[in-house]
Ligand binder design. Structure first.
Ligand code: ADP
Ligand code: ADP
Length: 226
């Protein structure tokens, strides 16, 4: 089935700028898709529309939800380029935030936080503070925070762009391993052709502003395996 479907979606900001579209996009459940395109073509806008953080000016955005997901947590996890961690809170408390917002019980939250930190190999850093961590580790905390709600869909907006090449490559491999293990639908925005080809099954290339689908490359037909 489909996880995400955009039908002739356009976004015009209040400034009058047409930032996106019309864009048609279908993403199957469990697929890893990259959005590639020049700066300002509307990639972040597309993610915000999918996440429900902004409304389309025209067209339809449909996101499928797991019927069994009745824990009150949002079905979409979002990771931004800037590590948006709370500096005054420990790693554990940063990862707890989305569970607090969803009123998950403390015992269940503790269990899930431990699980999420294990996924990104940060168990030993649960009590550390963001300032004590490297850039790569901060990004792994952001990943854990996005995964702790067990979302169906993970949206990543140039998450590794600010990291050095080696750390970036390591995180690419970490993300691939997570995808294979967790079967999430992933939509990954990047400027990097290498990253898009290395990571994803489909690369959607967008035109310059306003972004539309210019080309699509299918990289592989493999499905995620646990
Ligand atoms: P990308 O992620 O591909 O760089 P964005 O989605 O961030 O592109 O932006 C697309 C266009 O919309 C750009 O011209 C940008 O300046 C404009 N834009 C983005 N957000 C807003 C906003 N909140 N208000 C007005 N214009 C915006
Ligand atoms: P990353 O590739 O995640 O950015 P680094 O290359 O900076 O990590 O660090 C490599 C390893 O060193 C980390 O995975 C971690 O185990 C350890 N490390 C990094 N920063 C710290 C720190 N502030 N305190 C303790 N150990 C650290």
């Amino acid at each position: 089935g489909l996880a995400v479907r955009l039908r002739a979606v356009t976004k015009i900001y209040h400034s009058g700028v047409t930032a996106l579209g019309p864009l048609d996009l279908e993403v199957a459940k469990g697929q890893f898709v990259s959005l590639l395109g020049p700066s300002g073509c509307g990639k972040s806008t597309a993610l915000r529309l999918i996440a429900g953080l902004a409304a389309p000016s025209a067209g339809r955005v449909d996101v499928s939800h797991r019927a069994s997901k009745a824990d009150g947590c949002h079905p979409i996890g979002f990771v931004f380029q800037e590590p948006t961690l709370m500096p005054w809170a420990s790693v554990r408390e940063n990862v707890r935030l989305p569970l607090k917002l969803a009123h998950v019980t403390a015992t269940e939250a503790d269990r899930r936080i431990a699980e999420a930190l294990a996924l990104v190999d940060l168990c030993e850093f649960a009590d550390a503070y963001p300032r004590e961590l490297s850039g790569g580790m901060k990004m792994r905390v952001s990943l854990a925070r996005a995964l702790v709600t067990d979302p169906d869909i993970l949206l990543l907006d140039e998450p590794f762009a600010a990291l050095d090449e080696i750390t970036r490559f390591r995180l690419n491999n970490d993300l691939l391993a997570l995808w294979r293990k967790l079967h999430k639908t992933i939509i990954f925005v990047t400027h990097s052709v290498f990253e898009s080809v290395y990571l994803s099954q489909r690369v959607i290339v967008m035109t310059a502003r306003p972004g539309r689908l210019a080309r699509e490359f299918r990289i592989a037909t493999v499905e995620p395996r646990g």
